[in-house]
Design a protein. Structure first.
Length: 130
């Protein structure tokens, strides 16, 4: 029985079948963000619509945000896309917090990385301009 299950799942995956994603529900909060590397390892985070600076990430701080953004920047560089297109940070009705790259249409569900890491991005949803 187990062998048939493994063979069945493997054949579906190899044929390109993608299992349906869990529905997230409606988007309940969102913000378009832009990230900019500046002097001495600082990273500024901007509201992409208003242009207001929301956060300043020091070199030894916010390593989770830095790691996620480094990964997304690498994907953009591989396709000759700069950091100007915004990233969409969105909270959904099911509680998930997702960072989506609007230029590449890929996303990261931040809830999967634990509450502390998710909270570092969640703070950007409600951050006031500096």
């Amino acid at each position: 029985m187990v062998v048939f299950t493994v063979i069945g799942v493997a054949s579906l995956r190899l044929s390109g079948y993608e299992p349906p994603a869990e529905p997230r529900g409606a988007m309940v909060d969102s913000r378009l963000l832009r990230f900019e590397d500046v002097r001495n390892g600082l990273v500024y985070v901007y509201d992409a619509q208003s242009g207001d600076r929301l956060a300043q990430l020091a070199p030894a701080e916010d390593s989770f945000i830095r790691g996620i953004m480094r990964s997304m920047a690498r994907a953009r560089r591989a396709r000759d896309i700069g950091m100007q297109p915004a990233f969409l940070l969105a909270r959904y009705a099911d509680g998930s917090l997702v960072l989506a790259d609007t230029a590449l249409e890929n996303e990261v569900n931040l809830v999967a990385f634990g509450q502390t890491n998710e909270a570092s991005f969640a703070a950007l949803l409600t951050a006031e301009p500096r």
